[in-house]
Write a protein of this length. Structure first.
Length: 306
């Protein structure tokens, strides 16, 4: 019963944190004169991925890096197939292709790269450094683009109360981190009682728990009509999980893995990201949400059977 109460507390914190965090992120974007999509792909994505980072460091230092890898890769599938699938059921998302051309290719190939690095059955410290180098290259690209897109008009129309936006963002982040923490504790104990393995627990149960911040942020962004924040958060979070969090876990403790398990998760990761590429008009239809949720169901069945 305590585990289920912990899960309920996590869901409550996620709702409160999502509302505060989205308000803060949009405020920071206006105040800093930077497009909300870029803020979503960086500040919001990194902040909502903090539970994954916490789990990765803790698990790697405890000698259980398989949970870190499963959590990061499984979390990416949860972000797109489950989180974005639920969001699309509310209504379609309008997002021009041009706004995705920086982040979409990186999010798409990241699972493939990890799958290739895992062919020898281990993600070594060198592999971790390679992934970290790719992440830093992407970050430099984002920073350069952000500097180019600042405009004089934005300075005139921007939100003057930057301090308030930052406070809202921090307050929301506290609730989101608490939500991920509560849900991971409750869900992990419940899953362990059924005798699941470390990688499977990380790729499914823990991945859902640590993706609650992304779910709350994306759904609230959809309701508040800030689609660019929600989609930017999803893609940025996937890149952060795949390139930064996996890299840190591997650097702390090389990850010995079953390549077949990683191959399954990597394949589903690529397919789910490919499904969110918008049509020429820049629209991602509601029916894609149904398809993503169906794909997530297939993924869960496959990973358990494997």
């Amino acid at each position: 019963m305590n585990n289920y109460l912990t899960l309920a507390a996590g869901v409550l914190c996620a709702g409160i944190g999502g509302e505060l965090f989205v308000r803060g992120v949009v405020g920071i974007a206006r105040w800093a004169r930077i497009p909300a999509g870029i803020i979503g792909a960086t500040v919001a994505a990194f902040a909502t991925s903090s539970p994954e980072l916490s789990v990765a460091i803790t698990a790697a230092m405890a000698g259980e890096p398989q949970i870190s890898l499963g959590n990061a890769l499984g979390g990416n599938i949860v972000n797109v197939a489950l989180v974005l699938g639920i969001t699309l059921l509310i209504s379609g998302i309008q997002c021009p292709r041009d706004s995705l051309k920086r982040d979409f290719p990186v999010a798409l190939i990241t699972p493939l790269i990890i799958g290739i690095l895992a062919l020898d059955g281990v993600l070594s410290r060198f592999d971790g450094l390679l992934l970290l180098g790719m992440f830093l290259t992407w970050m430099v690209t984002v920073i350069v683009e952000a500097r180019k897109q600042r405009s004089a008009a934005g300075e005139i129309l921007a939100e003057r109360r930057g301090w308030l936006a930052i406070i809202l963002c921090l307050a929301g982040l506290v609730f989101l981190i608490a939500a991920g923490h509560f849900i991971v504790i409750g869900a992990k104990d419940i899953a362990a009682s059924f005798g699941l393995g470390e990688f499977v627990i990380g790729a499914t149960v823990v991945a859902i728990g640590t993706s609650v911040p992304e779910l709350a942020t994306t759904v609230v962004s959809k309701i508040r009509r800030h689609d660019e924040v929600g989609l930017g958060t999803i893609l940025g979070s996937n890149i952060f999980n795949g390139l930064f969090i996996v890299a840190i876990a591997a650097i702390i403790s090389p990850i010995s893995i079953d390549w077949r398990e990683v191959a399954i998760v990597s394949l589903f990761g690529m397919v789910t990201v490919a499904l969110i590429w918008p049509v020429r008009s820049g629209h991602i239809e509601r029916r894609r949400g149904v398809l993503l949720l169906a794909l997530y169901t297939v993924y869960v069945v496959t990973i358990f059977r494997s």
